[in-house]
Write a protein that binds this ligand. Structure first.
Ligand code: ZN
Length: 454
């Protein structure tokens, strides 16, 4: 854990934080699920930020060990008394209906109905979020108080939904870099009215993508954004892009980035991949409180990317850890649970993390025998007037010390404790004076191409 942040205090939320919160408010009412028009509409909104491509994959398409499911669309769902008074209505909260519930319209005795109702006894006012994607059933999620109010012997139950052949859709956008190698940003897009998980990830990724697009052509790595329904979406992308997956050198899933907790970075399966080290450095430099945790095989789509057939080094950046905060997967993960400032901080950290990955280089000194004479070149004790000149000199000395073709700027940052941006600046000065030459980009140890099991 690092110290509490010095910045990020105060009450004024930034413009970008406000913009992300506004985007979350816009997306909040949409009834997203694994498939269906709620996801399409969400992707259409994200299309305002970057010209993403929307892929439609037909139901029944085999994707590795899975099959693209039928498409689910909900028109309405309610429980009414016999005299027509609606006591539960999905118009009040789309969490009220279990996602992928099969269509139903009939009178149901209370005892039978109760077997299809989900509530949270410990949180009497909250509605849980439940899904039944891969098992045909129906159900409603209600608060404990609503459950207690159901006392009539039978109710009229309506789930006006279609569960039929259609397609699964996901969004994809690639910012091209100078190199064919890519950084993957993957965000799940399947949760309905839940803000931290997962609208915060959508909002941060949307503004990140737009900011990168504004600086198109400046980056070494391409950055590939995937907005996919959880699990089946990333599996579908991998199944359709087994070759392309080999270009992914580093990756991140973004989830739970809008709450007020310290940051959590979940490492890749490897645990020491470049993205793991870049995340640790970016968080250290941010000054924000954070924890680094090891990989575990549940969570979000990092599970698919790290699977044995791909072994892509994909970590996960979050604030509160999914499943570990009481509001998780309940109606309390609402618009008040996420705030502009934490969203802004999250965007800042992800941007810095990408900048470290993109700027990491391996150099070789052109004058490796003893120190080169920096003073003669005006690089030492000659740079006046800048408050950080001593740090810049130190950065040059550290960069030269490790300029042996075997250490990267990330190594230098870890070893020296100096800021990555300062080391980049130092390396730029040394290069301008002919004292450093870049080595070919160090091959990522994830050098395999494609899917080993295909
Ligand atoms: Zn979730």
């Amino acid at each position: 854990m690092s110290a509490a942040p010095a910045r990020g205090e105060g009450t004024e939320a930034s413009t970008r934080g406000e913009e992300m919160h506004a985007l979350i408010r816009e997306l909040y009412p949409l009834c997203r699920s694994l498939t269906g028009d709620g996801v399409r509409e969400t992707l259409r909104v994200l299309g305002r930020f970057v010209p993403l491509e929307v892929h439609e994959v037909p139901s029944g398409t085999p994707v590795f060990d899975w099959t693209v499911p039928r498409e689910w669309n909900l028109r309405e769902a309610w429980i009414a008394t016999r005299d027509g008074r609606r006591v539960i209505d999905a118009r009040d909260s789309n969490l009220h209906v279990v996602s992928y519930s099969t269509p139903l319209r009939r009178r149901v005795p209370l005892a039978e109905l109760r077997a299809h109702l989900h509530s949270l006894p410990d949180r009497p006012d909250w509605i849980p979020y439940r899904t039944s994607y891969y098992q045909e059933s129906w159900g409603f999620c209600v608060s404990e108080r609503q459950l207690a109010s159901l006392t009539e012997p039978e109710y009229e139950v309506c789930i006006d939904a279609t569960l039929a052949p259609g397609s699964l859709c996901y969004g994809e956008w690639l910012l091209r870099g100078r190199s064919p190698r890519e950084i993957l940003i993957s965000v799940h897009v399947c949760h309905p009215s839940l803000c931290n998980d997962n609208l915060s990830g959508l909002a941060v990724s949307a503004l990140l993508a737009r900011a990168l697009r504004e600086r198109e052509g400046e980056r070494e790595y391409g950055v590939r954004f995937l907005w996919v329904p959880g699990t089946i979406g990333s599996i579908t992308w991998l199944a359709r892009n087994a070759e392309r997956a080999g270009r992914i050198a580093h990756g991140l899933t973004l989830v739970c980035l809008g709450d007020r907790s310290p940051f959590t970075y979940k490492r890749t399966l490897r645990g020491d991949a470049e993205v793991d080290r870049a995340a640790a450095l970016a968080l250290r430099e941010s000054g924000f409180a954070h924890a680094l945790i090891d990989y575990f095989p549940f969570g979000y789509d990092e599970r698919q990317y790290n699977s044995p057939g791909f072994r892509l080094p994909v970590g996960s950046l979050m604030r509160a850890r999914h499943g570990r905060f009481p509001e998780y997967h309940t109606s309390a993960d609402d618009l008040d649970f996420v705030a502009p400032r934490p969203l802004e901080e999250s965007l800042e950290v992800v941007s810095a993390l990408l900048d470290v990955l993109d700027g990491n280089r391996v150099y070789r000194s052109t004058s490796p025998c003893g120190e080169p004479q920096l003073g003669r070149r005006g690089l030492y004790r000659a740079l006046g007037g800048e408050p950080d000149v001593a740090e810049l000199e130190l950065a040059m000395l550290w960069t030269l010390t490790l300029a042996d073709g075997a250490h990267s700027l990330l190594d230098v940052a870890e070893r020296s404790g100096l800021r990555f941006a300062q080391l980049q600046r130092a390396a730029g000065l040394l290069r301008a004076h002919g004292l450093l030459e870049p080595c070919a980009p160090a091959e990522n140890e994830n050098g395999r191409v494609g899917c080993a099991s295909c």
